[in-house]
Design a protein around this ligand. Structure first.
Ligand code: PPS
Length: 334
């Protein structure tokens, strides 16, 4: 049995910066090996995850939060399920393509959403019991993912996004989902310091960037979806061993359009965010999961000085990597 060693983060200021509302009831931990950050309750399922039985026909979508997960999930699910728009409309994305570690993050959050106590390993068990082929969303960093991903070698799709847009999107997400009350400057600094669940950001991306040539790994960016969604759909279809006709492509492009997804209750998380507003966790009644849906929307929120600081930080971390932090098109499987 493989185990992961963690250290508890004890610094109250750091904890407050990450989660002023204390939704993550036991605080945070960091892995001893790679300094990857998770909510402390996650440690109770960490070994179960590390030793999780992977199936060859699984499809794993791995992302840091806010990098294009939901958009990719809907695309991957439709490509893999004979363009079954009827089921895609009637069963929520979360049930078709569950979020692997969601129940292990915060027992408090699970209770707010479901109204009952949820075991910390409930979402992992849900995935364990799914029929094949399973579609699995996770934000876990490589260090915490099941070992069998690299022996059984199912298809793994990784999506990255330009860091400034991730920061702005994640800041709004944390206000919406966990009632984050810190200011944006503090959040940005925490992000760069790696003080963030699932963080640090660039380590998360680089681990998968370094695996991009593996035949079972597809790596692309949110920006590539924005610039040429048809190319990402074709590339992903090819990676999944699927055909797509011109008519299906046209239909899919419409379905995946931001406005359509924003209005689609099967993918827009409105029912969850409605509960969070009702329970007064999210204080902004106008906030939505489907927020701006563009690249470069950080400009509407971040000052030039802060943007420059984030760019300098990204360039410094990636100076010895072939990964260009501003690349707008990466789709490695030809
Ligand atoms: S999460 O919570 O990690 O699953 O979030 P994730 O889905 O990765 O990212 C959410 C951001 O993606 C935007 N989004 C889209 N953009 C364009 N087109 C479509 N169809 C689409 N669907 C989701 C969503 O608006 C979030 O980005 P921001 O910048 O906050 O708008």
């Amino acid at each position: 049995m493989d185990t992961t060693e963690f250290i508890k983060i004890e610094d109250e200021d750091v904890i407050k910066r990450m989660d002023p509302s204390r939704i993550y009831v036991e605080g945070f931990v960091s892995t001893v090996k790679g300094n990857r950050i998770m909510p402390a309750q996650y440690t109770k399922v960490a070994d179960k995850v590390k030793n999780f039985k992977v199936r060859k026909d699984d499809i794993w979508l791995v992302t840091f939060p806010k990098c294009g997960t939901t958009w990719s999930q809907e695309m991957i699910w439709l490509l893999s399920n004979d363009y079954d728009y009827k089921t895609a409309k009637s069963i929520t994305l979360n049930d078709r393509f569950p979020f692997f570690e969601i129940s292990s993050l915060s027992s408090f959050f699970s209770k707010v959403i479901t109204g009952e106590e949820v075991p910390l390993d409930a979402s992992i068990e849900q995935v364990e019991n799914m029929e094949s082929p399973r579609f699995i969303k996770t934000h876990l960093p490589m260090e915490l993912l099941p070992n069998e991903l690299w022996t059984v070698k199912p298809k793994i799709i990784y999506v990255a996004r330009e860091a400034k847009d991730v920061i702005v999107s994640f800041y709004h997400h944390q206000k919406l989902m966990i009632g984050y009350t810190g200011d944006f400057g503090t959040f940005t600094q925490s992000f760069m310091d790696g003080e963030m669940p699932w963080g640090p950001y660039w380590s998360h991306v680089i681990d998968f960037w370094d695996k991009r040539e593996e035949p079972n790994v597809l790596f692309y960016t949110y920006e590539s979806m924005q610039n040429d969604l048809a190319a990402v759909i074709s590339g992903t279809a090819k990676f999944l061993g699927k055909e797509i006709t011109d008519d299906e492509m046209e239909r899919m492009l419409k379905h995946l359009n931001f406005k359509n997804m924003k209005d689609n209750p099967s993918v827009n998380f409105d029912s969850i965010t409605h509960t969070l507003k009702e329970k007064n966790i999210c204080k902004d009644v106008n906030a939505n999961f489907m927020r701006k849906g563009k690249s470069g929307s950080y400009k509407e929120f971040m000052t030039d000085d802060v943007a420059e600081k984030v760019d300098t930080w990204s360039k410094e971390i990636l100076k010895n990597s072939e990964l260009n932090p501003f690349a707008d098109f990466i789709l490695n499987k030809k």
